[in-house]
Ligand binder design. Structure first.
Ligand code: NCD
Ligand code: ZN
Length: 355
């Protein structure tokens, strides 16, 4: 066995579903899944019910998280059509402003240009706006970064034309960063038959082999890995109207390590994308005396039923993975060991002040 000691990983894009959909996940089950996957900090998205688009909703989420979380966390605020001033005034309490420019789960989709422009000009320039952008809206997001000379982070890039455009924007010095998910690096549309029609639904949708190869060929332009952990129950996924989204926190690290074994990345490259870059881009404070231990040789079979996530399924069901988190230490205390979460609910801290 070879045990690797790594910094606690940071996932900049998760959906822990509380408030509003705790039957899918809540702050305890979601952060337990994070620890099991080697993440000691997760940044949570605002497409809740109600959406996190005003001070009251933010406070309710802060309260739920502070009572239940077992790892540290940050909260991304949601951009709506009428909350430009409110979003800007709450910027110090959040890790980013999420703008949904394309089809997604929940009510936060922004149509038209007006909200994109007004939020991007009003929101503090050093706190990232995160764009769910696909195809031509990637170009819009890059233009916004250029026009307002501001930090723009593009979520879950999935296609060849998108990553190539982002590469060119970076070469020009535009302040754009991006993330890629494990599912867009390891699955294609051809996998849908095996995963199942409803379970396979995700936004952005899985793409082609050529897209996956382009993402892998352009990993030097990819700042962060993000799971986009988006749990829905099996009943929902297998229904006639399956919501899009995959749970991903507990399979991610083993897949990232597969890229090392395939000689596409080094260990240091993985750490850059799972720790250093998300920490820098989202200004996450250092977690003192915090690390994870990973048995890099341990082989295991992905089984949703055995996972911490309340979703209890995975698009990688049955796949043999290599690399298992054996211990997580958060601020000097063992919070996860050999499959068991040892931290008490409330152990996790918000990485931003709550005012
Ligand atoms: C996400 C969800 O379920 O909240 N679904 C998804 O397919 N990724 C929403 C999103 O990130 O667009
Ligand atoms: Zn998402």
């Amino acid at each position: 066995m070879s045990t690797l000691k790594l910094p606690g990983l940071i996932d900049p894009h998760v959906h822990l579903r509380e408030p509003g959909a705790t039957h899918k996940e809540d702050w305890h089950s979601g952060t337990a899944a994070a620890l099991a996957g080697g993440f000691t900090c997760v940044l949570d998205m605002p497409n809740n019910t109600p959406p996190i688009t005003d001070a009251d909703a933010l406070r309710a989420k802060q309260r739920a998280a502070s009572e239940k979380a077992v790892c540290d966390y940050g909260i991304h605020f949601g951009a709506g059509t009428d909350n430009v001033a409110i979003a800007a005034s709450l910027a110090s309490q959040v890790t980013g402003l999420k703008m949904y420019l394309d089809q997604t789960f929940g009510p936060l989709r922004l149509d038209g240009l007006e909200s994109l422009v007004s939020h991007s000009s009003a929101f503090p320039k050093d706190v990232p706006v995160l764009c769910h952008a696909e195809g031509r809206t990637v170009a819009a997001a890059i233009f916004i970064a250029h026009l307002f000379d501001r930090s723009v982070h593009i979520c879950h890039v999935s296609r060849k034309d998108e990553i190539e455009l982002i590469r060119k924007a970076k070469e020009k010095g535009i302040r754009v960063t991006c993330e890629v998910t494990p599912h867009h690096l390891f699955l294609t549309l051809d996998d849908c038959a095996a995963i199942g029609v409803g379970r396979c639904e995700v936004r952005p949708m899985l793409a082609t082999r050529a897209d996956v190869e382009a993402l892998r060929a352009n990993l030097d332009s990819v700042d962060c890995f993000a799971t986009d952990h988006a749990p829905h129950t099996l009943e929902e996924k297998d229904s006639p109207a399956p919501p899009p989204g995959y749970p991903g926190l507990e399979t991610a690290l083993a897949l990232y390590l597969e890229l090392v074994r395939e000689d596409i990345l080094t260990f240091d490259d993985v750490i850059a994308r799972c720790y250093e870059n998300p920490r820098r881009i989202f200004n996450v404070p250092a977690q003192e005396e915090t690390w994870i231990e990973v048995d890099t040789d341990a082989e295991w079979i992905a089984r949703g039923a055995e996972m911490q996530t309340r979703a209890k399924w995975t698009p990688f069901e049955g796949r043999t993975l290599r690399g298992k988190v054996t211990r997580v230490v958060l601020r000097g205390q063992v919070v996860f060991e050999n499959g068991c979460v040892l931290a008490k609910p409330g152990r996790g801290r918000n990485v931003r002040p709550e005012l």
